[in-house]
Design a protein around this ligand. Structure first.
Ligand code: NAD
Ligand code: MG
Length: 388
């Protein structure tokens, strides 16, 4: 394939867990993918290494001012690189004229404006940052509809649903089922949960991921966020979105059609599979990691989720049913509570309490525009932070 027909990729969140997996995918397909821009919060030395390994990179953004200032004086970046800073820097990369696809893999909600900027500029959005769909899904989907740009889900369950529903009218889908590993504490007795430490919560049985999503997996807030993400991405009703515990993390989602038939997507628990699918879509190529080996013993178990054990899943469902601004409150309160837990300021079981209390203070309404959503987000963060 000539160099000009390669897909040119901007990667926001290049130093994170998704970012590093995306770099493996891009490096494995030099004939199909070219990295042209990268951004991260502050790890400029790692960004410089990435830029040296990918000569197509000419644009690098750092969110953090001090890191940007250090990077400016650093000799580590190859020549021909322009450095940008802050949210404006991320937005500049998101609309980079030479880019085809922007992969947003920034933890939390900082990626919202860059995602909308990318879609408005007609770039395809490979989307890992589920929090932004929970915060402002309606506006992200509207930006995609307005420009005709595609949203390609990177979250493994949503990528699985996306693959299973290709070629099927939405009216034929009766429900979708997202699988959940059950997280770090799926087999712990409930009474032990009061004593969970940060180290315990960061041990995920199947996936290696960033700290925020690993804690979200332990509380099942991750699955709650994913239900809302799925509803938004695929245009489903809340009662069509379900979860099931599947300890092996091999089936990532199932789609049940009106005739009772189910399609499922299977692959090993490595994010390189959905990332590659999203970046190459609609093409396919050899994967980075080995596929499943069905000559070896493989058992697949499914069991219902006990929502009493995971109050954050129940609260997510309630927020999804309430609609309007409720999911934004849920997401913001959870982000604040998880950051406080990771910083050692609150115990594990305070996370659902803070989210619940914050939701209780709020009457859901339909935000008219993005500014209204951001105001709700800020207010929820203030209320959640006042609880510790
Ligand atoms: P991580 O903590 O490993 O990495 C986060 C990345 O975001 C880093 O590159 C960091 O520099 C960057 N970042 C943070 N704040 C920033 C800011 N203000 N400006 C610019 N960059 C900033 O997180 P992760 O596990 O890679 O997750 C990233 C996103 O992908 C999350 O929204 C998560 O829910 C989603 N996701 C992750 C996985 C996974 O396997 N890790 C799976 C599905 C979805
Ligand atoms: Mg997921």
């Amino acid at each position: 394939m000539p160099a000009s027909s390669r897909k040119r990729i901007v990667l926001l969140g290049a130093t994170g867990s998704i970012g590093e997996n995306a770099l493996r995918v891009i490096a494995a397909h030099p004939d199909k993918l070219e990295l042209v821009g990268i951004a991260a919060h502050s790890r400029h030395a790692r960004l410089a290494e990435i830029a040296r390994a990918h000569p197509g990179v000419h644009h690098v953004a750092l969110f953090d001012d001090a890191a940007y200032a250090d990077a400016k004086t650093s000799e580590a970046f190859p020549t021909g690189i322009t450095l940008y800073r802050g949210l404006e820097g991320l937005n500049f990369l998101a609309r980079l004229p030479e880019a085809d696809t922007v992969l947003v893999a920034v933890v939390g909600t900082t990626g919202l404006e860059p995602a909308i900027t990318a879609l408005a500029a007609g770039k395809n959005l490979a989307l890992a940052s589920k929090e932004i769909l929970v915060l402002a899904g309606k506006f992200i989907m509207a930006a995609a509809r307005a420009s005709g740009a595609k949203i390609l889900p990177v979250d493994s369950e949503h990528n699985a649903v996306f693959q299973c529903i290709q070629g099927h009218p939405l009216a034929d889908v009766s429900r979708i089922i997202l699988t959940a590993s059950g997280g770090a504490f799926r087999d712990w007795p409930v009474e032990k949960l009061a004593h969970v430490t940060v180290v315990d919560a960061l041990k995920h049985p199947n996936w290696s991921m960033g700290p925020k999503i690993t804690v979200d997996s332990a509380t099942l807030a991750n699955k709650g966020l994913e239900l809302i993400e799925a509803q938004c991405l695929f245009g489903l009703r809340a009662d069509q979105c379900h979860t099931v515990i599947h300890p092996q993390s091999i089936v990532h989602a199932l789609v049940e059609f009106t005739d009772g038939a189910m399609l499922a997507q299977l692959c090993p628990p490595s994010m390189t599979f959905p990332i590659q699918h999203a970046l190459l879509h609609p093409a396919r190529a050899a994967g980075v990691d080995a596929p499943l080996d069905l000559t070896k013993l493989l058992s697949l178990e499914f069991r219902p989720v006990n929502e009493a054990r995971f109050p954050l899943l129940r609260l997510a469902r309630e927020a999804m049913n309430a609609g309007g601004s409720a999911p934004a409150i849920y997401n913001a309160a959870n982000e604040i509570a998880v950051a406080a837990f990771l910083a050692g300021k609150i115990p594990f079981l305070a996370i659902p309490l803070i989210v619940d209390n914050t939701l209780q203070t709020h009457t859901s309404f339909e935000p008219a525009d993005l500014a209204a959503v951001l105001a709700v987000d800020a207010e929820a963060r203030r209320i959640a932070s006042s609880q510790f």
